[in-house]
Design a protein around this ligand. Structure first.
Ligand SMILES: Cc1cc2nc3c(=O)[nH]c(=O)nc-3n(C[C@H](O)[C@H](O)[C@H](O)COP(=O)(O)OP(=O)(O)OC[C@H]3O[C@@H](n4cnc5c(N)ncnc54)[C@H](O)[C@@H]3O)c2cc1C
Length: 305
């Protein structure tokens, strides 16, 4: 059986990425988790998501970009996305990754690139969420976010924290002082025990601790998980503390636990679905396989068909 860390390792292998993205049957299977390869397909997926009572967040798939020209293309893509959101009237914000905007080339370039997107979103009354990537860029991501947050308002730009990192509780405390809007998730990368809790129970306990800090902060945050235990803990805590359903939102990934997405929306909770699209789907897709062994059987079965 392929382990979680082996799959995450494979997600970073360029040779496999080349093979997988050219292999037509593999591309078809990715549609369970990826809305399509271009903006039109993502817009169509978001229309359906909105019709089910959920909001959305666009994610143009790309990460660890190594050329300045490619970062420029990513900025252009996001400016197009923000314009399309307004033209089409869909209910969606956008999520970006800073390595997509050049974080592994030059933090200054990244700041300038991200600033253009946040500025356009702010002008349109929209919102940019900065995803969190591997621990090698956690501090750099927070640093760029802090600069953007100093330039723009609370409702223009937000960040993500991962409960598997030891540092997250302190990061949450510091960021809430600004204040900042935070998406809390468990974390999807391979991290060593020096920086992240190796045991799921500790990751979950930290998720609940940080969730409680966020919910009592008076700021609108996103609780991003498909884990019924984390969702129940959030609902119970909110009920106990008299925190309204409109004071936070749940977030889930496209194609995962659609039943639960609809249930929470029906129950009156904000539910935002993260909608990835684009040609560079390989690392994202592999991380989704790593999260759930049953997904590998889903792939095998469908390749065989
Ligand atoms: C909206 C959103 C944004 C995110 N942004 C980031 C980010 O910026 N940085 C980051 O590191 N991570 C991000 N993640 C991923 C996150 O860190 C986890 O890796 C992922 O959500 C799985 O954790 P879980 O909380 O769902 O709990 P788990 O304990 O992993 O899973 C609980 C249950 O959820 C279901 N489930 C979970 N994953 C899958 C899957 N892939 N396929 C099918 N079923 C599944 C299963 O039923 C599973 O038993 C994001 C997740 C969401 C929902």
């Amino acid at each position: 059986m392929l382990t979680r860390s082996a799959l995450i390792y494979l997600s970073r292998q360029e040779g496999l990425k080349e093979f997988a993205t050219r292999f037509a049957p593999f591309r078809k299977i990715t549609r369970r988790f990826i809305a399509g390869e271009d903006i039109d397909e993502a817009v169509a997926a978001i229309r359906e998501i909105n019709a089910r009572g959920c909001t959305a967040s666009f994610d143009h798939l790309n990460e660890s970009v190594t050329s300045t020209a490619e970062t420029e293309a990513e900025v252009t893509e996001y400016l197009n996305v923000l314009a399309r959101i307004d033209e089409s009237g869909i209910d969606s914000n956008v999520s970006i990754k800073l390595t997509q905007f050049g974080l592994e080339i030059d933090p200054e370039l990244t700041y300038r690139n991200a600033r253009r997107v946040v500025e356009d979103a702010a002008r349109r009354g929209n919102f940019v969420r900065i995803d969190m990537e591997g621990s090698s860029v956690t501090q750099a991501t927070i640093d760029v976010f802090r600069r953007l947050r100093a330039d723009f308002g609370l409702n223009d730009v937000g960040i993500v924290l991962q409960s598997y990192l030891y540092r997250t509780e302190e990061d949450a405390r510091d960021l809430l002082k600004i204040p900042a809007r935070i998406r809390l998730c468990k974390g999807a990368y391979n991290e060593p025990p020096e920086v992240a809790y190796p045991d799921k129970k500790d990751v979950d306990d930290n998720f609940v601790r940080v969730m409680q800090m966020l919910l009592t902060s008076g700021v609108y945050h996103g609780i991003a998980t498909h884990d019924p235990k984390m969702i129940d803990a959030t609902i119970e805590f909110a009920n106990r503390e008299g925190i309204g359903k409109d004071a936070f939102e749940f977030q889930m990934l496209y194609g995962i636990r659609r039943d639960l997405q609809e249930q929470l929306a029906r129950d009156g909770y904000g539910m935002r679905v993260y909608v990835p699209y684009g040609k560079s789907w390989y690392p994202y897709f592999m991380r989704r396989l790593a999260e759930r062994p049953a997904n590998i059987w889903f792939v095998m079965k469908n390749l065989w068909k």
